[in-house]
Design a protein. Structure first.
Length: 236
């Protein structure tokens, strides 16, 4: 689904935070119009003693579709499996109330954004991102920019990009029909009362490298269908 054809996406996210239903995992009907690697059919967050495991299952081979390399950063693409949540940005190391907190597993062949200069362009890897509405983006959503000379609170694994993004080295597996990230509970304040959804999406770096630097460009599938955040973490 093109975000340009879904202009109410950002509003739906905000409404979803206020009215999320009580549930555990999210089940979604398969959609032949969606590429199989992005056709989400189920998503859950499973909590055990020390970790929360974020899982999304798709109809096809997870991670099989990747953006084509362009040879440059500006205008390049990012593919992502995303869990939008009702967490506050302070729960994951940013300042409070900065926007929509999401865990994302991403692939982008044209640049590295690992913490402390780590290389990650050649594999799927996790990020925390903070999203906000921006009508200059195709779907009205962006990763929040850090203005020049600003000194906001940033998490330990911030990669140095002028964005509200974190690059923790969480164990991540993209294999078969499953995308899975294991997050230590010690790094995830507020999860107990959180709700979530699951999205497969494409993002794009601004060709002029101006803010907004990173826009959501395409939404391939929303697990709930309406970003109502119906998922709730479940004990193992």
């Amino acid at each position: 689904m093109k975000l340009s054809n879904a202009r109410n996406l950002a509003t739906a996210l905000m409404v979803g935070f206020a009215g999320a239903a009580i549930a555990d995992d999210i089940k979604a009907k398969s959609d032949a119009k969606v590429a199989a690697p992005f056709d989400i059919v189920e998503s859950r967050i499973v909590v055990d003693k020390d970790h929360a495991t974020f899982q999304t299952r798709v109809r096809g081979d997870a991670g099989a579709n990747k953006p084509a390399a362009t040879g440059k950063f500006e205008g390049s693409q990012v593919y992502a499996y995303v869990w939008p949540t009702s967490l506050d940005s302070a729960d994951v190391g940013f300042e409070k109330g900065q926007g929509i907190v999401a865990l994302a597993v991403t692939y982008h062949p044209d640049f590295d954004d690992g913490a402390k200069g780590a290389k990650n362009r050649d594999h799927w890897h996790p990020h925390w991102v903070v999203l906000a509405k921006d009508q200059s983006c195709g779907g009205g959503l962006k990763v929040v920019d850090v203005p020049k000379d600003a000194k906001p609170k940033l998490p330990e694994h911030w990669p140095g990009a002028p964005l509200l993004i974190d690059s923790p080295d969480y164990p991540t597996k993209v294999s078969g029909d499953m995308v899975e990230v294991q997050v230590p509970l010690s790094a995830l304040a507020g999860l107990k009362n959180a709700s979530f959804d699951a999205v497969a999406a494409g993002l794009k770096v601004n060709a002029d490298l101006h803010a907004p630097l990173l826009c959501v460009a395409d939404v391939f599938k929303i697990a709930s269908g309406d970003l109502s955040l119906p998922g709730k973490p479940a004990a193992k």
